[in-house]
Design a protein around this ligand. Structure first.
Ligand code: NAD
Length: 501
């Protein structure tokens, strides 16, 4: 049997891209359909400006229909009451199909939102790994027998919640999707996915694979469209039991209001960040630390929730360290997203491109020192080079707000106390990094950083076994690990009185 060779070069990926066709319909009730209104929106490749597809633009009527279908599927029990071991088999089949189609899925994300193909391939490993992990967990998750007297037997049962709406962003389209849908489906819920309007295409390909894997009708549906239309309709629905959201803090706050205005559905939020990366003067290999510090912000064009966007450096080494960061950043210039050598790709769309350039302008106006980048590259395509500001202070806009682009703000500090205070001086609490050789300092500082995750002498380390999420205004949920699986189930307490003979 002949196998198509894996694409390795820019030319290989270009050839694959030329052959690609896209599913662009909504997936409702096991069928690919137009939006009820017939409306569509454009999906564009931000690296070239090319229109890839006209995608069904769902709205309230489509949400209402999909929710009814999901509710019926849940009540029917073909998935929700299936033995966990059988759900596991179907999800493992889905993971295998994703694996067999991983180059196509990665290519779709790269074309749709501009990220480098090397990064998209990494996302596929993360997405497939997540589905396998959650599938494997589900038949190992036990309920409890509570400690009672002999006159009772008390059980704590875990049951699926019902209809889960997953609303996801565009920066890691398929991986963020998997982090939501894998535990929600594994736990037995019916899931409606609303991908970002900026990157809807891989979710629709995933729907084709889910159907092929044998997920029962109505258990997984995909509604492409805008946040203020179909997203809002799902969030306000009286028949959606849980919202699983990844996106900005501003929208996360709206979703909590929608839940309050409707049925008090559970709302799990994974929101934004302005993550501090602390470098102490006792580090041995400053070149290594500097290249990690640069990658922490410039990976995926800085469009990363846990981007290490605030670099806090002990003043004793700051001058020399910034030089090293600039040298590392020089090797991270954006290039054709289809080129496996490109470290950075294109910015997702014109609005985000404008927003990043606006922040850069404000940084200059407020007196930060621009040390590299700062100007958009000549088109076609939306590219911004690694941009480094030194001498940033906590009151500057670029030192406070999430930019979600390749812009690094460097701060100086003199003492550990000052570093901790500066690191925590933010409404966010998603990630923090800490580089030092002093184990006492590492333990002291780690405990005091207000953050969902702390990376010690690395940035962004972790795997499926580790929960991922934030504190403060970075959210309240946890993706990955068995903790996320628990979030998608309800506890039912059963107290059984035992009759004395
Ligand atoms: P966004 O909040 O603008 O949109 C996220 C999703 O919400 C999209 O699908 C969008 O259509 C939808 N939406 C928008 N308005 C809505 C409304 N009123 N009702 C319902 N849905 C609505 O965020 P974005 O620009 O897509 O993504 C970038 C943000 O996501 C950044 O803040 C980033 O930090 C965050 N993010 C967080 C994590 C994490 O795990 N914490 C991971 C990735 C991205």
């Amino acid at each position: 049997m002949s196998r198509t060779p894996s694409p390795r070069t820019l030319a290989d990926w270009q050839a694959r891209a030329a052959e690609l066709s896209f599913e662009s319909h909504a997936f409702i009730d096991d069928t690919f359909v137009d939006a009820e209104s017939g409306d569509t929106f454009e999906s564009r490749n931000p690296a070239t400006g090319e229109i890839l597809a006209q995608v069904a633009s769902c709205d309230e009527p489509d949400a209402t229909r999909a929710v009814a279908v999901a509710r019926e599927a849940f009540a029917g029990g073909e998935w929700s009451r299936l033995a966990p071991g059988k759900r596991k088999k179907t999800l493992l089949r889905l993971a295998d199909l994703m694996e067999a189609n991983k180059h196509e899925l990665a290519l779709i994300d790269t074309l749709d939102m501009g990220k480098p193909i090397s990064s998209s391939l990494g996302d596929m490993a993360g997405a497939i790994g997540c589905i396998r992990y959650q599938a494997e967990c589900i038949d190992k998750l036990y309920g409890e027998v509570a400690p009672t007297g002999e006159d009772a037997l008390a059980l704590v049962l875990r049951e699926p919640i019902g209809v889960v709406a997953a609303i996801v962003p565009w920066n890691f389209p398929l991986m963020m999707t998997a982090w939501k849908i894998a535990p929600a489906l594994a736990a037995g819920n019916s899931v409606i996915l609303k991908p970002s309007e900026k990157s809807p295409l891989s979710a629709l390909r995933l729907a084709q694979l889910a159907k092929e894997a044998g997920l029962p009708k109505g258990v997984f549906q995909v509604l492409p469209g805008f946040g203020h239309t179909v997203g809002k309709a799902l969030a306000l629905s009286m028949e959606v039991d849980c919202l699983a959201f990844t996106g900005s803090t501003a929208v996360g706050k709206q979703l909590m209001q929608y839940a309050g205005q409707s049925n008090l559905k559970r709302v799990y939020l994974e929101c934004g960040g302005k993550s501090p990366n602390l470098v102490f003067a006792d580090c041995k290999d400053l070149d290594r630390v500097a290249s990690h510090a640069a990658a922490a912000i410039f990976h995926n064009q800085g469009e990363v929730c846990i981007a290490g966007s605030r670099l806090l450096v002990e003043n004793a080494i700051r001058e020399q360290f910034v030089e090293k960061v600039l040298a590392a950043a020089e090797n991270m210039q954006p290039g054709d997203p289809l080129d496996p050598q490109s470290f950075m790709g294109a910015i997702v769309d014109e609005a985000q491109h404008r927003r990043i350039l606006d922040y850069i302008r404000q940084g200059v106006e407020e007196g930060a020192r621009l040390r590299s980048g700062g100007q958009a590259l000549e088109g076609p395509g939306l590219f911004i080079p690694p941009t480094v500001f030194d001498g940033v202070t906590p009151s500057m806009t670029i030192g406070r707000e999430e930019i979600f682009g390749p812009v690094l703000a460097v701060f100086g500090f003199d003492t550990e106390e000052e570093a901790i205070a500066m690191a925590n001086d933010t409404p966010y609490g998603l990630a923090a990094g800490l580089w030092s050789q002093d184990i006492d300092r590492i333990m002291r500082v780690t405990r005091r950083l207000q953050s969902g995750q702390v990376f010690v002498n690395n940035w962004a380390g972790g795997d499926q076994t580790m929960p991922f999420g934030g504190v403060k205004q970075s959210g309240n949920g946890r993706d990955k690990s068995h903790h996320s699986l628990e979030e998608y189930s309800e506890l039912k307490s059963v107290w059984m009185s035992l009759q004395a003979n």
